[in-house]
Design a protein. Structure first.
Length: 132
């Protein structure tokens, strides 16, 4: 009887929607803050739905859809200019309504960072020269 109660409580705790945060993902890119911001925004728009953007504050958010491993994530992206044209990009993801995301935050970060680099590489030459 005691084991049944324990299992019932555990199953309830695992199914109750609780928003959660994952560890921040950080990567440094070369190219200046305006250029990296533009490339990041394009990367997010290509794969997800951008929900907020503030170019002056160098931040934006995007929302992912549901998948087999998550009900979706809200992801905040912030940029911080470093030295010599380097820009630190930080992603902070939050699960929409579940306890576990089974590594979805890390997969989203990898996909976002890869697409951001691809967008930077594809910028026209004059845009690269103007921002460097």
């Amino acid at each position: 009887m005691r084991m049944v109660k324990l299992l019932a409580i555990l199953s309830i705790l695992l199914t109750v929607p609780i928003p959660g945060y994952s560890k921040d993902k950080v990567k440094v890119f070369q190219g200046g803050s305006e250029r990296v911001f533009e490339a990041g925004l394009k990367a997010a728009q290509k794969n997800w739905r951008v929900t907020f953007s503030d170019r002056k504050a160098m931040m934006f958010t995007f929302s992912t859809g549901t998948s087999l491993t998550t009900w979706g994530m809200e992801v905040g992206v912030s940029l911080r200019e470093l030295d010599r044209g380097r820009v630190e990009v930080t992603l902070r993801s939050q699960k929409k309504s579940q306890v576990f995301a089974w590594g979805a935050g890390g997969r989203i970060a990898d996909k976002f960072f890869n697409e951001l680099q691809r967008q930077l590489d594809e910028l026209p030459a004059e845009t690269k020269k103007a921002s460097e």
